[in-house]
Design a binder for this molecule. Structure first.
Ligand SMILES: [Zn+2]
Length: 182
């Protein structure tokens, strides 16, 4: 068990579970690697959208949620990630955004973050499903894409592995708060 995390009573099983923080990224890797002056001149980023205007093309990204199933736990491990979308799908999503009554839709996207513990997770193909009520879209990797992250997603990970990932995140956050690695 981990210390310092709030607990909640689970509606599904009636047991107490630790309230795990989500593992989140504030931006896609394609944005993170840009020099500051390029970010300023050629990119727009907010909590849910990112656009990068290159000379040859414009890249468009949205923030999404992924739930990694965990054995022995009702709720999974939540990830906040970015995927790239085609111009058409990006505009369709932007059009729905903020409209609580918009119907759910399905898009195709490429994963745009490096998830620790795996060889590159960039460009894993994802199904993106928008949700009603302004919740972030959920993503699922394409099951036939051969990658350890995809296999873990469909098989589920152990409770110990999930706790290790949460602890790693908490360690990074506490180091940031103490000024380490700035
Ligand atoms: Zn439960």
């Amino acid at each position: 068990m981990m210390s310092g995390l709030a607990k909640y009573t689970c509606e599904a099983c009636g047991q107490e579970h630790e309230d795990w923080p989500a593992l989140t990224w504030d931006s896609p890797l394609q944005y993170n690697i840009l020099p500051d002056e390029v970010k300023k001149a050629r990119a727009d980023l907010d909590s849910d959208f990112c656009v990068i205007r290159h000379d040859a093309q414009v890249d468009r990204f949205i923030r999404v949620s992924l739930v990694q199933p965990v054995h022995g736990r009702c709720d999974g491990l939540h990830y906040g990630l970015w995927v790239s979308l085609s111009e058409e799908k990006f505009l369709a999503y932007a059009d729905k955004y903020g409209n609580r009554e918009a119907d759910a839709a399905r898009y195709f996207g490429w994963l745009c973050n490096e998830i620790p513990g795996y060889d590159s997770t960039l460009s894993i193909p994802m199904n993106v499903t928008t949700r009603i009520g302004n919740l972030r879209p959920v993503v699922e990797p394409h099951q036939d894409f051969d990658h350890p992250f995809v296999r873990d997603y469909y098989r589920g990970i152990s409770l110990a592995e999930a706790e290790r990932r949460v602890q790693e995140l908490l360690d990074v956050v506490s180091k940031r708060e103490s000024g380490y690695g700035q």
